[in-house]
Design a protein around this ligand. Structure first.
Ligand code: FPP
Length: 247
């Protein structure tokens, strides 16, 4: 129940313009390590809490009928972390999928991975892909898990797959069809937690005209209220796409 002092996210819902919701929101989930450190716990403890935070954001996404959420779970640069943390993250992702699949299916959510296969243990990759495939019949909100993902590598891998004819016919408008996100809308909004002002190789091509929202909140503390505040902030912006007055 909402009280005088504690605002609930539902109190903010009437301020939302449902006709101008972002179709695709990308989320850079930063600050798990600092969250754990504050509690004198190992970094993986922060990642576990971070996985829980994904739930609330996905729930609100479904409530608002958003089209697509992309979570940056593991970057191609994250292999530089200590082996123990890497193994912990790989294990966590698999456990997270196993645990959440019934609820994802209940909510009609389709999960896909975006990222490179390079560097991944094929057995592990087959396991997590088989888990995600259990949601592929769903027709509601889509969730991309950016896993072993790097925006620069995505562009290079796309170019390497092109034939010389395709290269000749390449345009700014058709290049997106060769990326991992082929057929999906570009992100209208990118959220980054923990007060860092960087894209960190996330959706580099797709983010050309994304609005960027940065909050000091550490990812494990990012809840429905924080998510809704980010969307409300987005709705207060004027998007001009390089022109003068698109809106
Ligand atoms: C950044 O925090 C976060 C990550 C590198 C991984 C994000 C992973 C999760 C939220 C959980 C696993 C994902 C799924 C889909 C189950 P950081 O470690 O860089 O934090 P710091 O900057 O405070 O050190």
């Amino acid at each position: 129940m909402a009280t005088k002092n504690k605002k609930e996210y539902k109190d903010l819902l009437p301020r939302l313009d449902y006709s101008r919701l972002p179709k695709h929101i990308g989320i850079i989930m930063d600050g798990n390590g600092r969250w754990a450190k504050k509690r004198l716990r190992p970094r993986i403890f922060g990642h576990r809490a971070g996985a829980e935070a994904i739930r609330a954001v996905v729930e609100l996404g479904v409530e608002l009928k958003l089209e697509l959420l992309t979570f940056y779970a593991f970057s191609t640069e994250n292999w530089n972390r200590p082996e123990e943390e890497i193994q912990g993250l790989l294990k966590l992702l698999k456990e997270f999928l196993i645990k959440e699949i019934p609820e994802l299916n209940e909510q009609n959510i389709k999960v896909d991975f975006i990222g490179t296969e390079t560097g991944l243990d094929p057995e592990y990759l087959a396991e997590i892909c088989a888990l995600a495939a259990q949601t592929h019949q769903n027709t509601g909100m889509k969730v991309n898990i950016a896993f072993n993902y790097g925006g620069r590598l995505e562009i290079i891998e796309a170019i390497k797959r092109l034939t010389s004819v395709q290269i000749q016919e390449l345009t700014v408008d058709n290049f997106g069809q060769y990326l991992y996100t082929a057929g999906q809308p570009n992100p209208d909004l990118i959220i980054r937690t923990s007060g860092e002002y960087r894209l960190s190789n996330f959706l580099l091509w797709q983010s050309a005209y994304s609005e960027i929202y940065i909050t000091d909140t550490l990812w494990p503390d990012f809840d429905k209220m924080a998510f809704l505040n980010a969307i409300l902030d987005f709705q207060g912006r004027k998007r001009r796409f390089g022109g003068l007055n698109n809106e």
